[in-house]
Write a protein that binds this ligand. Structure first.
Ligand SMILES: [Zn+2]
Length: 399
Protein backbone atom coordinates (compact mmCIF):
# COMPACT_ATOMS: atom_id res chain seq x y z
CA UNK A 1 0.00 0.00 0.00
CA UNK A 2 1.41 3.41 -0.87
CA UNK A 3 0.93 6.26 1.53
CA UNK A 4 -0.41 9.40 -0.15
CA UNK A 5 1.84 12.43 0.39
CA UNK A 6 0.69 14.67 3.20
CA UNK A 7 -0.39 18.23 2.64
CA UNK A 8 2.32 20.74 3.57
CA UNK A 9 2.05 21.93 7.18
CA UNK A 10 1.08 25.59 7.52
CA UNK A 11 3.84 27.11 9.65
CA UNK A 12 2.16 29.67 11.88
CA UNK A 13 5.47 30.89 13.31
CA UNK A 14 6.47 32.24 9.89
CA UNK A 15 3.78 34.90 10.12
CA UNK A 16 3.66 35.33 13.89
CA UNK A 17 6.41 34.07 16.16
CA UNK A 18 4.41 35.27 19.19
CA UNK A 19 1.52 32.81 18.69
CA UNK A 20 1.60 30.44 21.66
CA UNK A 21 -1.79 28.66 21.32
CA UNK A 22 -3.37 27.29 18.15
CA UNK A 23 -6.05 24.87 17.00
CA UNK A 24 -5.23 22.25 14.38
CA UNK A 25 -6.37 18.98 12.86
CA UNK A 26 -4.37 15.77 13.09
CA UNK A 27 -3.57 14.56 9.56
CA UNK A 28 -1.35 11.63 10.37
CA UNK A 29 -0.12 9.61 13.39
CA UNK A 30 2.55 6.91 13.18
CA UNK A 31 4.56 4.94 15.70
CA UNK A 32 7.94 6.53 16.46
CA UNK A 33 10.85 5.09 18.46
CA UNK A 34 10.22 7.71 21.18
CA UNK A 35 6.39 7.66 21.03
CA UNK A 36 4.18 8.80 18.17
CA UNK A 37 4.93 11.03 15.19
CA UNK A 38 2.08 13.48 14.54
CA UNK A 39 1.55 15.69 11.50
CA UNK A 40 -0.99 18.54 11.76
CA UNK A 41 -2.55 20.77 9.11
CA UNK A 42 -0.99 23.80 10.85
CA UNK A 43 1.40 24.36 13.71
CA UNK A 44 3.08 27.02 15.84
CA UNK A 45 5.76 24.50 16.88
CA UNK A 46 9.19 25.38 15.52
CA UNK A 47 11.16 22.32 14.34
CA UNK A 48 14.94 22.09 14.86
CA UNK A 49 16.41 23.92 11.86
CA UNK A 50 18.97 26.53 10.93
CA UNK A 51 20.78 25.87 14.20
CA UNK A 52 17.75 26.89 16.32
CA UNK A 53 16.48 24.19 18.73
CA UNK A 54 12.86 22.99 18.48
CA UNK A 55 9.99 24.08 20.69
CA UNK A 56 8.50 22.07 23.53
CA UNK A 57 4.88 22.21 24.70
CA UNK A 58 1.65 20.20 24.47
CA UNK A 59 -0.75 18.91 21.82
CA UNK A 60 -4.04 18.27 23.67
CA UNK A 61 -2.89 16.51 26.83
CA UNK A 62 0.18 14.96 25.15
CA UNK A 63 3.62 16.41 25.82
CA UNK A 64 5.68 17.29 22.74
CA UNK A 65 9.15 15.69 23.04
CA UNK A 66 10.66 16.72 19.71
CA UNK A 67 9.73 18.64 16.56
CA UNK A 68 11.33 17.65 13.27
CA UNK A 69 11.43 19.48 9.95
CA UNK A 70 10.56 16.89 7.27
CA UNK A 71 10.61 18.78 3.95
CA UNK A 72 7.06 20.20 3.61
CA UNK A 73 5.74 18.85 6.88
CA UNK A 74 6.50 19.46 10.54
CA UNK A 75 6.57 16.23 12.57
CA UNK A 76 5.69 16.44 16.28
CA UNK A 77 6.97 13.57 18.44
CA UNK A 78 4.48 13.07 21.32
CA UNK A 79 4.40 10.62 24.21
CA UNK A 80 0.85 9.34 23.53
CA UNK A 81 -1.30 9.05 20.40
CA UNK A 82 -3.74 11.86 19.59
CA UNK A 83 -6.46 12.25 16.97
CA UNK A 84 -9.04 14.65 15.56
CA UNK A 85 -8.91 18.33 16.44
CA UNK A 86 -6.31 19.42 18.99
CA UNK A 87 -5.24 22.57 20.72
CA UNK A 88 -1.50 23.09 20.77
CA UNK A 89 0.42 25.25 23.18
CA UNK A 90 4.14 25.96 23.01
CA UNK A 91 6.44 26.39 25.99
CA UNK A 92 6.69 30.17 25.75
CA UNK A 93 9.70 30.92 28.00
CA UNK A 94 11.76 28.44 25.98
CA UNK A 95 10.56 29.89 22.66
CA UNK A 96 11.11 33.50 23.72
CA UNK A 97 14.61 32.60 24.90
CA UNK A 98 15.37 31.19 21.44
CA UNK A 99 13.93 34.35 19.83
CA UNK A 100 16.20 36.52 21.97
CA UNK A 101 19.32 34.45 21.22
CA UNK A 102 18.51 34.15 17.51
CA UNK A 103 17.71 37.81 16.83
CA UNK A 104 20.69 38.78 18.97
CA UNK A 105 22.88 36.59 16.78
CA UNK A 106 21.75 38.43 13.61
CA UNK A 107 22.73 41.75 15.23
CA UNK A 108 26.00 40.43 16.58
CA UNK A 109 26.99 38.96 13.20
CA UNK A 110 26.34 42.30 11.49
CA UNK A 111 28.15 44.16 14.30
CA UNK A 112 31.21 41.89 13.84
CA UNK A 113 31.10 42.53 10.11
CA UNK A 114 30.95 46.33 10.58
CA UNK A 115 33.35 46.74 13.50
CA UNK A 116 35.87 43.94 12.72
CA UNK A 117 35.24 43.15 9.05
CA UNK A 118 34.64 39.57 10.22
CA UNK A 119 32.16 37.23 8.54
CA UNK A 120 30.17 34.71 10.57
CA UNK A 121 31.20 31.21 9.49
CA UNK A 122 28.75 29.27 11.64
CA UNK A 123 26.41 29.59 14.60
CA UNK A 124 25.42 27.21 17.36
CA UNK A 125 22.46 27.75 19.69
CA UNK A 126 22.96 25.66 22.80
CA UNK A 127 20.73 25.05 25.80
CA UNK A 128 23.03 27.20 27.94
CA UNK A 129 25.33 29.14 25.67
CA UNK A 130 25.37 30.14 22.01
CA UNK A 131 28.48 30.47 19.90
CA UNK A 132 29.46 32.34 16.79
CA UNK A 133 32.47 31.30 14.68
CA UNK A 134 34.07 34.39 13.18
CA UNK A 135 36.47 34.55 10.27
CA UNK A 136 39.10 36.33 12.32
CA UNK A 137 42.70 35.52 13.23
CA UNK A 138 42.47 36.98 16.73
CA UNK A 139 40.07 38.88 18.96
CA UNK A 140 41.37 41.29 21.61
CA UNK A 141 39.25 42.49 24.55
CA UNK A 142 39.17 45.92 22.93
CA UNK A 143 37.82 44.50 19.63
CA UNK A 144 35.25 42.43 21.50
CA UNK A 145 34.08 45.50 23.44
CA UNK A 146 33.74 47.51 20.20
CA UNK A 147 31.53 44.79 18.67
CA UNK A 148 29.52 44.40 21.87
CA UNK A 149 28.95 48.16 22.06
CA UNK A 150 27.69 48.37 18.49
CA UNK A 151 25.35 45.39 18.96
CA UNK A 152 23.93 46.82 22.18
CA UNK A 153 23.50 50.27 20.64
CA UNK A 154 21.24 48.65 18.01
CA UNK A 155 19.31 46.93 20.82
CA UNK A 156 18.86 50.14 22.82
CA UNK A 157 17.61 51.97 19.69
CA UNK A 158 14.71 49.47 19.74
CA UNK A 159 14.68 49.04 15.96
CA UNK A 160 11.86 47.10 14.27
CA UNK A 161 12.64 43.56 13.01
CA UNK A 162 10.33 43.11 10.00
CA UNK A 163 10.09 39.83 8.07
CA UNK A 164 9.47 39.85 4.29
CA UNK A 165 8.83 37.11 1.76
CA UNK A 166 10.68 38.03 -1.42
CA UNK A 167 11.29 36.36 -4.75
CA UNK A 168 14.85 35.13 -5.31
CA UNK A 169 15.12 37.50 -8.29
CA UNK A 170 14.97 40.45 -5.86
CA UNK A 171 17.82 39.18 -3.67
CA UNK A 172 20.74 40.93 -5.46
CA UNK A 173 19.20 44.33 -4.65
CA UNK A 174 18.68 43.53 -0.95
CA UNK A 175 22.31 43.30 0.17
CA UNK A 176 21.87 40.16 2.30
CA UNK A 177 24.61 39.54 4.86
CA UNK A 178 24.61 35.88 3.84
CA UNK A 179 23.31 34.48 0.54
CA UNK A 180 20.05 32.48 0.66
CA UNK A 181 20.38 28.69 0.66
CA UNK A 182 16.86 28.14 -0.74
CA UNK A 183 15.33 29.12 -4.06
CA UNK A 184 11.96 30.57 -5.05
CA UNK A 185 10.22 32.53 -2.29
CA UNK A 186 12.80 33.57 0.32
CA UNK A 187 12.08 34.70 3.87
CA UNK A 188 14.19 37.73 4.70
CA UNK A 189 14.58 38.95 8.29
CA UNK A 190 15.59 42.56 8.61
CA UNK A 191 16.94 44.56 11.53
CA UNK A 192 15.86 47.96 10.28
CA UNK A 193 18.67 49.84 8.53
CA UNK A 194 21.22 47.45 10.00
CA UNK A 195 20.99 43.85 8.78
CA UNK A 196 19.20 41.67 6.24
CA UNK A 197 19.48 37.88 6.30
CA UNK A 198 17.64 34.97 4.71
CA UNK A 199 16.31 33.05 7.71
CA UNK A 200 13.48 30.68 8.62
CA UNK A 201 13.82 31.06 12.39
CA UNK A 202 11.78 32.87 15.02
CA UNK A 203 12.70 36.46 15.94
CA UNK A 204 11.52 39.22 18.25
CA UNK A 205 9.48 42.15 16.82
CA UNK A 206 11.83 44.88 18.00
CA UNK A 207 15.47 44.78 19.01
CA UNK A 208 14.68 46.19 22.47
CA UNK A 209 13.19 42.82 23.44
CA UNK A 210 16.66 41.27 23.29
CA UNK A 211 17.57 43.40 26.31
CA UNK A 212 21.32 42.85 26.24
CA UNK A 213 24.06 41.03 24.36
CA UNK A 214 27.18 39.94 26.24
CA UNK A 215 30.25 38.28 24.74
CA UNK A 216 31.33 35.98 27.51
CA UNK A 217 34.57 34.43 26.31
CA UNK A 218 36.31 33.44 23.08
CA UNK A 219 39.02 31.13 21.82
CA UNK A 220 40.86 30.34 18.59
CA UNK A 221 38.96 27.61 16.78
CA UNK A 222 39.59 26.00 13.38
CA UNK A 223 41.55 28.94 12.02
CA UNK A 224 38.98 31.47 13.27
CA UNK A 225 37.65 32.68 16.60
CA UNK A 226 34.73 31.04 18.44
CA UNK A 227 32.82 33.57 20.52
CA UNK A 228 30.44 32.58 23.30
CA UNK A 229 27.54 35.03 23.71
CA UNK A 230 24.44 35.42 25.83
CA UNK A 231 21.32 37.45 25.08
CA UNK A 232 18.35 38.64 27.13
CA UNK A 233 17.41 36.63 30.23
CA UNK A 234 20.51 34.48 29.83
CA UNK A 235 22.75 37.56 30.02
CA UNK A 236 20.89 38.79 33.12
CA UNK A 237 21.16 35.40 34.88
CA UNK A 238 24.85 35.22 34.06
CA UNK A 239 25.38 38.75 35.39
CA UNK A 240 23.38 37.88 38.52
CA UNK A 241 25.49 34.93 39.65
CA UNK A 242 28.75 36.65 38.73
CA UNK A 243 27.73 39.78 40.57
CA UNK A 244 26.87 37.71 43.66
CA UNK A 245 30.18 35.88 43.40
CA UNK A 246 32.20 39.10 43.20
CA UNK A 247 30.26 40.63 46.11
CA UNK A 248 30.82 37.54 48.24
CA UNK A 249 34.53 37.48 47.42
CA UNK A 250 34.85 41.21 48.10
CA UNK A 251 33.07 40.66 51.43
CA UNK A 252 35.35 37.82 52.47
CA UNK A 253 38.49 39.82 51.59
CA UNK A 254 36.99 43.08 52.92
CA UNK A 255 37.88 44.93 49.74
CA UNK A 256 35.91 46.75 47.03
CA UNK A 257 34.51 44.70 44.10
CA UNK A 258 37.16 45.98 41.71
CA UNK A 259 39.96 45.02 44.13
CA UNK A 260 39.06 41.31 44.34
CA UNK A 261 41.60 40.14 41.74
CA UNK A 262 44.35 42.11 43.47
CA UNK A 263 43.36 40.61 46.85
CA UNK A 264 43.48 37.08 45.42
CA UNK A 265 46.88 37.82 43.84
CA UNK A 266 48.18 38.99 47.22
CA UNK A 267 46.84 35.90 48.96
CA UNK A 268 48.40 33.62 46.37
CA UNK A 269 51.77 35.38 46.84
CA UNK A 270 51.53 34.95 50.63
CA UNK A 271 50.70 31.28 50.17
CA UNK A 272 53.77 30.71 48.02
CA UNK A 273 55.96 32.50 50.57
CA UNK A 274 54.55 30.33 53.36
CA UNK A 275 55.13 27.17 51.36
CA UNK A 276 58.75 28.24 50.94
CA UNK A 277 59.09 28.88 54.70
CA UNK A 278 57.49 25.54 55.57
CA UNK A 279 59.80 23.68 53.15
CA UNK A 280 62.79 25.41 54.75
CA UNK A 281 61.62 24.53 58.30
CA UNK A 282 60.98 20.90 57.32
CA UNK A 283 64.45 20.70 55.87
CA UNK A 284 65.98 22.03 59.07
CA UNK A 285 63.85 19.67 61.16
CA UNK A 286 64.96 16.65 59.13
CA UNK A 287 68.61 17.73 59.35
CA UNK A 288 68.32 18.01 63.11
CA UNK A 289 66.61 14.60 63.42
CA UNK A 290 69.25 13.07 61.14
CA UNK A 291 71.96 14.50 63.39
CA UNK A 292 70.19 12.94 66.43
CA UNK A 293 70.19 9.49 64.80
CA UNK A 294 73.85 9.76 63.77
CA UNK A 295 74.96 10.97 67.23
CA UNK A 296 73.17 8.01 68.84
CA UNK A 297 74.92 5.42 66.66
CA UNK A 298 78.47 4.09 66.76
CA UNK A 299 80.82 2.28 64.35
CA UNK A 300 81.66 2.89 60.76
CA UNK A 301 79.55 2.78 58.79
CA UNK A 302 76.83 3.65 61.28
CA UNK A 303 73.91 1.26 61.09
CA UNK A 304 70.56 2.82 62.00
CA UNK A 305 67.34 0.80 62.09
CA UNK A 306 64.01 2.02 63.46
CA UNK A 307 60.24 1.87 62.94
CA UNK A 308 58.81 5.37 62.57
CA UNK A 309 55.24 6.58 62.97
CA UNK A 310 55.55 8.62 59.74
CA UNK A 311 54.59 8.55 56.10
CA UNK A 312 56.89 6.63 53.70
CA UNK A 313 57.76 9.96 52.04
CA UNK A 314 58.92 11.52 55.30
CA UNK A 315 60.82 8.39 56.30
CA UNK A 316 62.54 8.39 52.89
CA UNK A 317 63.51 12.06 53.18
CA UNK A 318 64.93 11.53 56.68
CA UNK A 319 66.88 8.42 55.54
CA UNK A 320 68.32 10.44 52.63
CA UNK A 321 69.47 13.17 55.04
CA UNK A 322 71.21 10.66 57.30
CA UNK A 323 73.12 8.74 54.60
CA UNK A 324 74.29 11.93 52.89
CA UNK A 325 75.64 13.41 56.16
CA UNK A 326 77.90 10.53 57.27
CA UNK A 327 78.90 7.04 56.15
CA UNK A 328 75.84 5.04 57.18
CA UNK A 329 73.11 2.55 56.28
CA UNK A 330 69.49 3.28 57.31
CA UNK A 331 66.57 0.85 57.56
CA UNK A 332 63.29 2.57 58.33
CA UNK A 333 59.84 1.06 58.75
CA UNK A 334 57.03 3.56 58.06
CA UNK A 335 53.25 3.74 57.93
CA UNK A 336 51.22 1.13 55.98
CA UNK A 337 53.92 -1.58 56.26
CA UNK A 338 56.42 0.33 54.16
CA UNK A 339 60.14 -0.27 54.55
CA UNK A 340 63.08 1.77 53.25
CA UNK A 341 66.77 0.92 53.00
CA UNK A 342 69.25 3.70 52.12
CA UNK A 343 73.04 3.84 52.19
CA UNK A 344 75.82 6.39 51.74
CA UNK A 345 77.24 6.61 48.17
CA UNK A 346 80.70 5.42 49.25
CA UNK A 347 79.50 2.04 50.66
CA UNK A 348 79.59 -1.26 48.82
CA UNK A 349 76.06 -2.55 49.47
CA UNK A 350 73.16 -3.38 47.15
CA UNK A 351 70.21 -2.01 49.15
CA UNK A 352 67.66 -3.42 46.66
CA UNK A 353 69.10 -6.94 46.91
CA UNK A 354 69.15 -6.75 50.73
CA UNK A 355 65.55 -5.53 50.76
CA UNK A 356 64.43 -8.42 48.58
CA UNK A 357 66.24 -10.92 50.84
CA UNK A 358 64.40 -9.46 53.82
CA UNK A 359 60.97 -9.15 52.23
CA UNK A 360 60.59 -12.27 50.12
CA UNK A 361 60.52 -14.85 52.96
CA UNK A 362 57.98 -12.61 54.74
CA UNK A 363 55.57 -12.30 51.79
CA UNK A 364 56.49 -8.68 51.01
CA UNK A 365 57.65 -7.03 47.79
CA UNK A 366 60.05 -4.26 46.96
CA UNK A 367 62.89 -2.99 44.81
CA UNK A 368 64.89 0.05 43.85
CA UNK A 369 68.46 1.14 43.23
CA UNK A 370 71.67 -0.09 44.97
CA UNK A 371 71.73 3.06 47.14
CA UNK A 372 68.00 3.39 47.87
CA UNK A 373 65.25 0.75 47.91
CA UNK A 374 61.73 0.57 49.24
CA UNK A 375 59.01 -2.03 49.60
CA UNK A 376 56.04 -3.13 51.67
CA UNK A 377 54.87 -6.06 53.72
CA UNK A 378 52.11 -6.83 56.23
CA UNK A 379 52.25 -4.11 58.92
CA UNK A 380 52.47 -6.66 61.78
CA UNK A 381 55.66 -8.16 60.27
CA UNK A 382 57.36 -4.76 59.88
CA UNK A 383 59.23 -4.50 63.20
CA UNK A 384 60.70 -8.00 62.91
CA UNK A 385 61.78 -7.33 59.28
CA UNK A 386 63.57 -4.11 60.28
CA UNK A 387 65.32 -5.95 63.11
CA UNK A 388 66.35 -8.76 60.77
CA UNK A 389 67.85 -6.20 58.35
CA UNK A 390 69.82 -4.65 61.22
CA UNK A 391 71.25 -8.04 62.20
CA UNK A 392 72.26 -8.80 58.62
CA UNK A 393 73.89 -5.38 58.19
CA UNK A 394 75.87 -5.77 61.45
CA UNK A 395 77.16 -9.10 60.18
CA UNK A 396 78.04 -7.67 56.73
CA UNK A 397 79.95 -4.71 58.07
CA UNK A 398 81.21 -6.52 61.15
CA UNK A 399 79.99 -3.63 63.24
ZN1 LIG B 1 17.25 34.23 12.09
Amino acid sequence: MTVPPLRATERLYYADSYQRVFDARVLDVRPHDRGHAVVLDRTAFFPTSGGQPHDLGTLGDAGVIDVVDNEDTVVHVVARPIEGDVRGEIDWPRRFDHMQQHTGQHILSQAALRSLDAQTISVHFGAEVCTLDLDLSDLTPEMAARTEDLANAVIFEDRPVPVHMVDESELPTLGLRRPAKKRGQIRVVEVEEFDRSACGGTHVRRTGEIGLIKLRRWERYKGGVRVEFLCGWRALRDYRWKSTLVSDLAGSFTVKDREVAEAIGRLSGQLKERERVIADLRDRLFSSEARGYLDGARGSPKIIADVLDRSPDEAGTLAGKIVSAESSVVVFGAARGRIIIARSPSLDLDAAALLRRILEPRGGRGGGRPEFAQGALAAEALREAVESARVELRRMFDA
